[in-house]
Design a protein around this ligand. Structure first.
Ligand code: FAD
Length: 317
């Protein structure tokens, strides 16, 4: 079922979450068993991230280095099928511009349609860690809005190289990313919102936000999104902080701020267990406020570790 229908049918705020495919060489069993307890809170959908290739340097006997591409977390499509089969919930694969030609995107969408996926989150993706900036594939998309456009064209029966419309249409509901603290490359929030609007104008039907730790920033973002004339549902994304390392890693990686009150509490913690307790309590308080504000759904970034999200959901949903 489409995310938009789930949201329309909901009587109260829905619970949903995101997982990462396991590292190459690890089994799926552990991941699926790990998220099983979260099914108690009846998530209508589970997002599965997509990870593009990274580049590594392989040394040859002659001393020359060869740059080779490898994927650390393959399996997004397979995990979606496994989740739908096992838990009977919708799986939402993330689909990137990066690393895909338009033709490969078309084929990926056909695969997703054939396994019964109804929704995709359309994203640009980042540059591989060894590269400085995002570069599209030759004949690939440069921005998520172009990917949205391709998906909607397919929904209208228009494939890349077909002269005429086909009789079979896909019918994906497309979500896109939004950034309460703006995307790191955007010179201003206003600039970023112009392009968020472009994604929606091209057919995206809902927005999932980057994680944030200050609800005030989210509510301000929501207000500006509406002022910009964007009227689709916004699903706030939350992540409980669970380790000492995340106190600096999350702001560095996701270009966001931690509020002073949270930082002060976290900096008094000596162990990961203490951090986790503070992180969970903070996310519970954020979630309750968002539920009271009538959010359609709250989306949790589990990073495939379900225990903290379970404790939050038990208190809130
Ligand atoms: P876009 O919407 O294309 O925007 C990228 C930047 O370009 C922004 O600064 C925007 O303002 C600007 N821009 C957009 N259009 C134009 C234009 N026409 N001209 C000039 N500037 C423009 N990454 C992964 O690799 N895998 C995942 O599974 C994944 N899941 C994510 C889930 C969520 C909910 C979020 C919030 C992010 C996720 N990401 C993921 C990260 C995402 O790929 C990066 O943040 C990426 O840098 C931007 O993606 P986007 O879709 O927001 O890009």
């Amino acid at each position: 079922m489409k995310i938009t229908e789930h949201l329309k049918n909901a009587k109260s705020t829905l619970f949903s979450f995101e997982i990462l495919p396991p590292l190459k060489g690890q089994s799926l069993k552990e991941l699926l068993e790990g998220i099983e307890p979260l099914m108690e809170f009846k998530p209508p959908f589970v997002d599965v991230t997509y990870h593009r290739e990274e580049f590594i340097y392989k040394k040859h006997p002659n001393g020359l280095l060869e740059k080779v591409s490898t994927k650390k977390r393959p399996g997004t499509v397979g995990i979606c099928a496994a989740i739908m089969n096992r838990f009977h919930v919708d799986a939402v694969p993330h689909l990137l511009c990066g690393g895909f030609t338009k033709e490969e995107t078309e084929n990926a969408l056909i695969d997703l349609n054939f396994i019964g996926v109804d929704n995709v989150l359309a994203l640009r993706g980042d540059a591989p860690k060894t590269e400085g900036r995002f570069v599209a594939e030759k004949d690939g998309h440069h921005f998520a809005s172009e990917l949205v456009e391709q998906i909607i064209r397919m929904n209208n029966g228009k494939y890349l190289h077909e002269e005429t419309e086909t009789s079979f249409h896909t019918d994906f509901c497309v979500g896109v990313a939004g950034y309460p603290e703006k995307h790191f490359e955007a010179p201003s929030l206003k600039f970023d919102l112009n392009y968020l609007k472009e994604k929606v104008d091209k057919g995206a039907e809902y927005i999932v936000t980057q994680m944030f730790f200050d609800n005030k920033k989210f509510f301000e973002f929501e207000r500006k999104v509406r002022e910009a004339g964007i009227n689709v549902p916004i699903i706030p994304g939350l992540k409980p902080i669970t380790t000492l390392g995340q106190i600096t890693m999350l702001p560095r990686t996701f270009f966001l701020d931690l509020p002073d009150a949270l930082t002060d509490e976290l900096l008094q913690c000596k162990t990961n267990a203490e951090v986790k307790e503070v992180g969970i309590a903070w996310a519970i308080q954020q979630s309750k406020e968002l539920v009271n504000a009538g959010m359609p759904s709250i989306h949790f970034y589990t990073m495939s570790k379900a225990d903290a999200t379970y404790k939050i959901a038990k208190e809130v949903f």
